[in-house]
Structure formats: C-alpha cells, structure tokens
Write a protein that binds this ligand. Structure first.
Ligand code: LLP
Length: 443
C-alpha cells in the first residue's frame, strides 16, 4: 500500500520523492529561485506520529497517561497549535521555551520546566505561572524554595531522578543517566531533597512526581523497562500525598537508515530500532505495579518530529581528493550538525528519478570552512550528479533547526510546509546577512 503522508518514494514515477500527496520536485519548482538549503516539513507525518503515541498510550489503560512534546527537538512555533489541539503537554528546557509555551496558551499545569541549571528569571516565571518544575539537585531546590517564598506561591515540582541506566549503543553525548551524568539526582541520594521538601511541604512546595530521562537515540527498550521498575517504588504516597505523576522522559530512537536499501551500499545496522508500539509495550508490564492514582507522562522529541522534515540542498560540484570522491553541497553542519557532532547517520538521496546511473561512494560535505563539516561519509549516489542537482537529507526534524548556527556567517535556512490546500506555507523566513549583523550594532 502506498504511504499517503510524510516523505516516501513513489517508485515507477518520474518524480519519485513525495511529501504527502505532492512530489518534492514539483514543490521546488513552485518556489521562485529555491533558496537552498531549506527545510520542508510534512505536518501530516507529525500529526500521525502524535496520533500513534496517543493510540499506543491508550493501550496502557487503566493506567492514565499523557504525551508531552520535548520542545528542544524543534521549537518552531508553528508546531504548537498542532500539539495544543491534540492536548499534548510541553517539556521545556529554558525560560524562552517556557515563555513560548505560555504565550501560545498552553495551560501552566501542562508545561514542564526541566533543567540542571535554571536562571533566577526562569524559576520566577515558572513558579509565578504555576508551571511544573523539575527539581534537579539540592541547590536547585533551595533556589526554587527561595523564589516560592518571595512570590508567596507554592512551587509544583517533580524530582529529576538519575536511575543509573544507559544504552551502551548511544553516542556518549546522548547518555543522560550514567552514574556521573550532570542531570538529576542519583536515585540513592534523594533523602536530603525529600527532607527539605518535607520541611516546606504545602507551604512553599508540593511534590507531584518523579521525572527521569535516560538519554536519546535509545534502541534498547530493556533499560526503559528497568527504569520504570526502579522508579515505581519511589511513590511513597503516605510521605508525599500529592504524588501523582511518573514522567519517564523521552529518548526513543528512529530508524534513520530505513531508506538505506535504495542505495545498496549504505548498509543497514544490525540494531533493531523499536517502534513507538514496541516502546510503549515495553513498559506495560512494570506499570502494572503503579498505584492507580498516578499518571504516566512520556516526553519524546525525536520520535515525534524527526521524520517529519527533510533538508533540500543543491550540489555545488564533485572533486576527488586522494581516494575519496567528494560531493560538495550547499547545506552544511550549520543546518545539520548531527553528523559532525555525533557521527550521526542521516540518509541522503536524490529527489528526482530513481536514477539508473551507476552509484559510487561519495563523502557528502558542506562548504563550511571546517574539516568536521560533513553530512555523510561514503554514500552511494549517482556518479552523474552535477552542480544544481537537488538532494534530500532525511529525518532532520529533530535537533537540526533547533541546533543550527550562523557559523561562517551563514544565514539560517527557510522552513516550509504545504497547507491542507497544498499551498506553500512559510514556517520561517531565511535569514539575511543584515539579520545576522543587527545585534552587533548597539544604538
Ligand atoms: N526529556 C528530556 C528531559 C530531555 O533532555 C530530552 C532530550 C527529551 C525529553 C527528548 O528526548 P528525545 O525523545 O528527543 O530523544 N542533540 C541530540 C539529542 C539530545 C537530546 C537531549 N535530551 C541529538 O541530536 O541526537
């Protein structure tokens, strides 16, 4: 059956890469002088991902559960109305994200503010508005209490717990719950936090739950199962009667290599990537021990948005350096830093015909003046690629736009989607050189 949403290859047609019902090539032709590189979103795919999570969470009944979108993955404000209408919560990690959530009308009680180092202003904003705060450490709790007293308000908190579990297959930078991680408080060292909360309970603070996040690009659901098993015993409702939330964070990987069979030499890994269904099923059994007054929260970022967006780039040229054939394109680490930073794989392919031209391995590199600026190594692409040809870099919806930079004085790219009438909608204007310079000149 042909997929009718998201990005897919319509085998047999001349214009095979499609976004929803439209060919990507036709989309590009409709833009006047396409400003490559640019991002193209399928909101249909995003809605589908939200729906999949919500349907799977329903299967956990009678356990009540909620989905929270981890906004750091992509804070494009045009995503927020979709999340709001689907009653998705938001997990924010800065005052800026929290303010964006509040100004878009999200209920404060459906916003979580997480962070190992929170500014005074952001703590004040969270307590004043009634946002749920994660207590990361004893010092974090002390400052939260100070502001609650000053504002004469009660801070509603979860404790960010580090259960000391990690997936050995994820990049070191994506591990957040190893013994020495900078996030949260070790599960065996919570007593000082409990005591301080108890001293101030119902006066300045209410403990609503526990939060943890094991890391990102997790493919081993076993550690998520173990995490739930480790967190449930923390729910001492006699000691903390307001306890009602268990937030197990996000972290589920996506299958970044699912298109790789097309380019035969880009091998699939042996690691099986769990689906959203596998992930939710993996916590079903341990959740049976959760008191029925407690609600589960899962807060994915990547698995909600990553596959809803591609980066369109133009080939600038080919050259050989020693034994390597380099394909130089106009996208770079400034739009997609994940390959450079984590050696992450993003599939790269042509957008036009399923070319029968011979494919040869290329290093796909950007124009940024930095040897680490590559988008893919040894990718099999048609040997006929020439200046002006378009390529798509897949699965860039998460941690690409939100981690983009102006390095080399490169303007950040435009972002587009197609609305329900298949009209082009600009989700973000491409920056100009003037935009980049504006904040340097102070009146
Ligand atoms: N909750 C918390 C507290 C988090 O720190 C994160 C991500 C998430 C939820 C969502 O995790 P996800 O479902 O997206 O894996 N820049 C890296 C990813 C860093 C993620 C950090 N925390 C990358 O591009 O791979």
């Amino acid at each position: 059956m042909t997929t009718k949403y998201g990005f897919y290859y319509k085998e047999g047609y001349d214009d095979p890469l499609c976004i929803d019902q439209t060919s990507v090539k036709q989309f590009i032709e409709r833009l006047s002088s396409p400003p490559t590189p640019f991002l193209l979103y399928s909101f249909e795919q995003f809605r589908h991902n939200i729906d999949t999570y919500q349907q799977e969470l329903k299967n956990l009944a009678p356990i009540r559960s909620r989905l929270s979108y981890s906004m750091k993955a992509n804070y494009n404000p045009h995503l927020l109305p979709i999340l709001k209408s689907a009653k998705v919560m938001l997990t924010t990690v800065s005052g800026g994200e929290m303010q964006l959530a509040l100004s878009n009308g999200f209920e404060p009680s459906s916003i979580i503010y997480n962070g190992n180092g929170k500014t005074d202003e952001s703590i004040e904003m969270a307590i004043d508005a009634g946002v749920l705060l994660n207590v990361d450490s004893l010092f974090d709790l002390e400052i939260i209490l100070e502001y609650a007293r000053q504002l004469n308000k009660i801070a509603n908190v979860l404790i960010r717990v580090n259960p000391n579990l990690s997936d050995t297959n994820v990049h070191a930078y994506n591990i957040t719950a190893s013994k020495t991680s900078k996030f949260g408080t070790n599960i065996d060292e919570l007593e000082p936090i409990y005591n301080l909360i108890e001293e101030n309970h119902d006066k300045w603070i209410r403990l609503y739950g526990f939060h943890c996040h094991l890391g990102s690009t997790i493919s081993n659901t076993q550690i998520i199962t173990e995490c739930v098993q480790k967190l449930i015993p923390l729910f001492d409702i006699k000691r903390f009667p307001h306890l009602r939330l268990l937030n197990i964070g996000g972290g589920l990987n996506i299958d970044y290599k699912r298109y790789a069979q097309r380019t035969k030499n880009d091998k699939n890994d042996d690691i099986k990537i769990p689906t959203i269904e596998d992930y939710i099923q993996s916590i079903k059994e341990p959740l049976q021990l959760l008191p029925n007054t407690i609600e589960l929260i899962v807060e994915p970022g990547r698995s909600l948005i990553a596959n809803s967006c591609i980066l369109i780039t133009r080939v600038l040229g080919q050259k050989s350096t020693g034994s390597i054939q380099q394909l130089v394109v106009d996208a770079s680490m400034t739009e997609c830093i994940r390959p450079a930073l984590y050696q992450a794989y993003h599939h790269i392919d042509t957008i036009n015909s399923l070319s029968t031209d011979e494919r040869i391995p290329f290093d796909v590199v950007g124009p940024v003046c930095e040897s680490g600026d590559f988008l893919g190594k040894q990718r099999c692409l048609p040997n006929t690629l020439k200046r002006g040809d378009f390529l798509a870099i897949f699965d860039v919806g998460a941690y690409c736009s939100s981690m983009s930079s102006n390095y080399n004085m490169r303007p950040r790219p435009a972002e587009y989607t197609l609305d329900e009438h298949e009209h082009i909608k600009v989700l973000k204007k491409r920056e100009t050189n003037e935009d980049l310079l504006r904040s340097f000149y102070v009146e």
